[in-house]
Design a protein. Structure first.
Length: 248
């Protein structure tokens, strides 16, 4: 709720509005042997994935080796639009790359493919930093990519903001477990001190109500369950345990 009022968040929104996007998602393509990325079928699949991403509202721009191959192919054919495609001949693709290497900088393709042309990636610029929206985009991307690529390569989403998604998932899971552990410890110690399981359960009632109120407020105001909100929830249970014992 208050996150959108931060100056940094507002500046980031302006950049996303006027530019391709300030965050990135990568689709990693891993070949089983050298020169796997030079395969026309792999490059055509990469181009198809980029077209899919181009239809996503969150994606502002995509870049991959397929873009460079299509551009070279068109340039070598008098700029005719019909040649703005991936060539069907792998030897021709290899010759284009060799020709480019004689005039371009050695590291021009380093961000898109490795030296042996065995692994490559598609870079997608996205216009949001929301982990929930990027996670949903990543799932749609993987589902589509798996239908495009053959057995000669493996694909997975990684890098960029997906690292934050993984961290968010781990932190939320651990903090929820932490809340359950705190309640279990409070119940056990309270039951031993008061020599009554009923007393232990009664002391846990305010803790349960605190958690329900906390999560209910998050849902009511549309605040996502992320790292910081999960931390606050765990802290609330820890603090509330003291007052629950005092009330008893």
């Amino acid at each position: 709720m208050f996150y959108g009022k931060l100056i940094e968040k507002q500046d980031d929104d302006k950049l996303n509005t006027r530019m391709a996007g300030s965050n990135a998602v990568y689709l990693l393509i891993e070949g089983k042997e050298a020169d796997a990325i030079k395969n026309p079928k792999v490059l055509q699949a990469m181009a198809s994935v980029q077209e899919f991403l181009g239809r996503e509202a969150l994606v502002g721009k995509t870049v991959s080796l397929a873009d460079f191959i299509k551009r070279i192919h068109r340039a070598m054919n008098a700029e005719h639009p019909e040649f703005d495609v991936i060539p069907a001949d792998q030897n021709l693709i290899a010759q284009y790359l060799l020709l480019y290497s004689t005039s371009g900088e050695p590291g021009d393709f380093d961000s898109y493919v490795d030296y042996h042309y065995q692994n490559a990636n598609i870079l997608a610029f996205v216009k949001t930093d929301s982990t929930s929206e990027i996670e949903a985009l990543s799932k749609r991307l993987m589902a589509f990519a798996e239908t495009q690529f053959g057995p000669e390569v493996q694909v997975q989403v990684g890098g960029g903001t997906t690292g934050s998604i993984a961290l968010n998932e781990v932190m939320i899971r651990e903090k929820i477990l932490n809340i359950a552990q705190i309640m279990g410890v409070v119940f056990l110690i309270s039951s031993l001190l008061f020599r009554s399981f009923i007393s232990g359960a009664l002391i846990c009632v305010p803790l349960v109500m605190t958690v329900l109120a906390n999560f209910g407020a998050l849902g009511l105001f549309g605040i996502p369950l992320q790292i910081f909100t999960a931390l606050v929830s765990a802290m609330a249970v820890g603090i509330g345990a003291d007052y629950a014992i005092y009330l008893s």
